[in-house]
Write a protein that binds this ligand. Structure first.
Ligand code: SF4
Ligand code: SF4
Length: 396
């Protein structure tokens, strides 16, 4: 069988600039396929992907489910006799794919380049600042520091002014981010189906998709099962797990706070104030904040070590997420400590920076390394789908 090779030179150039500069070292010995837990008989992963990348076959690679399933354990990098770092090449392919699938394209491209960092910070900084000006909260609230008065105060006992403005900022941002992630994941799913020539006639029903493919993939992601197979990069598991649990904890706390302030607060106005320290959700929030900082510190140190050992290249794609998470943790904890110490201006400034960093983390989620969690979960669902009797039977 012959295959027409039409290399996309700009794609190769991108891979080299995004951590895959060792790509050309590969001489196809397949040692990486022997050590990679994802490799199967007849599908020598990632050796095959390395040659496709050398040939610049962009379309084949961004529709390749294995590329998305790689959990960057680093074993292939360690054992490659030529220092070709296949794990890093795959990371660069994924970074390219998230921009390619990103919706809208303009924002995806903006968030993929470190040169745009001032704009990426400036957008949420301006949005929060403008809404703070509009809210009329341009004064230091009197009395002890209370972030519930950040956007000012009104005598409308059903909903506090700050809750109202927080809703205005974050609900549309969260809805936009979810919609953008949905568009990106749908594009990836279609591309993978196209690569394997699975007809759209074989699409599962929503119930079948959720119960048989997505839910088991979510469970596997949360349990970090595949990360435990890592040999080289086991420290990433130590950082990843507390981070994942911290995000789940903070999501529960955010949900609780939303119900408490936006719904129950309409009936019981005394629920509008800060959540008391002894409240189980407040305890969960503080434990999750510590887990977030511990997790990101481990990932930070691990990334630095990998770069120092020559096992990874410093890329914006890798560091942007680490910076974002660190900013959320540091500003959140800083705001809380400054509030306890009642350092007025500094506490409100830390709170402002906390709002900006949370906005960045979620608004840019579909285009950053954070998106890997979402794309990879759906790739795992796709893996189960393509191996299901449903597809096997229909396509045979
Ligand atoms: S990436 Fe390294 S280990 Fe894998 S095939 Fe190429 S040279 Fe061999
Ligand atoms: S980083 Fe790990 S999972 Fe990814 S290709 Fe290499 S060995 Fe396989």
């Amino acid at each position: 069988m012959t295959m027409k090779v039409d290399p996309d030179m700009s794609f190769i150039k991108y891979l080299k600039s995004a951590g895959g500069d060792t790509l050309k070292n590969c001489y196809q010995c397949a040692t990486c396929s022997v050590v990679c837990p994802l490799s199967k008989d007849g599908s020598p992963f990632p050796r095959k992907e390395m040659i496709l990348a050398q040939w610049g076959m962009k379309d084949k690679l961004i529709g390749d489910v294995n590329t998305m399933l790689c959990h960057n354990c680093g074993d292939c990098n360690t054992y490659c006799p030529r220092g070709a770092k296949p794990g890093e090449v795959l990371g660069a392919i994924r970074a390219y794919a998230y921009t390619h699938y990103g919706f809208p394209q303009g924002l995806a491209k903006l968030a993929s380049d470190g040169k745009n960092l001032p704009i990426l910070i400036g957008i949420p900084a301006a949005i929060v600042l403008v809404l703070w000006l509009i809210s009329g909260g341009m004064h230091m609230p009197e009395g002890p520091v209370d972030f519930g008065n950040f956007f000012g105060h009104w005598d409308f006992h059903w909903l506090t002014k700050t809750t109202f403005f927080i809703d205005i900022i974050f609900l549309p941002a969260a809805a936009f981010s979810l919609f953008a992630a949905y568009k990106g994941v749908s594009a990836m799913w279609n591309k993978m189906s196209e690569s394997l020539e699975i007809s759209s006639d074989f699409s599962p029903s929503a119930k079948q998709f959720t119960l048989e493919f997505l839910w088991p993939a979510i469970k596997e992601t949360v349990q970090h099962k595949r990360f435990n197979e890592c040999g080289t990069n086991v420290d990433r598991v130590k950082g990843h797990l507390p981070l994942l649990l911290a995000f789940i904890g903070l999501l529960l706390v955010t949900g609780y706070s939303f119900v408490r302030k936006d719904f129950l607060g309409l009936i019981y106005p005394n629920l509008h104030g800060p959540i008391p320290l002894y409240d189980p959700f407040k305890l969960l929030a503080n434990i999750s904040a510590v887990a977030l900082l511990v997790g990101v510190a481990i990932l930070w140190a691990n990334r630095k070590k990998m770069e120092a050992d020559g096992k990874a290249a410093p890329t914006f794609y890798d560091w942007f997420l680490i910076w974002e998470i660190a900013a959320v943790g540091i500003t959140g904890l800083g705001a809380e400590l400054l509030r306890w110490a009642d350092f007025g201006v500094l506490a409100y400034l830390a709170y402002y920076l906390h709002l900006v960093s949370i906005f960045m983390l979620f608004f840019y989620m579909p285009y950053t390394k954070f998106a890997h969690m979402v794309y990879r979960t759906f790739a795992m669902a796709f893996e189960k789908y393509r191996e299901s009797s449903f597809v096997q039977k229909e396509s045979s």
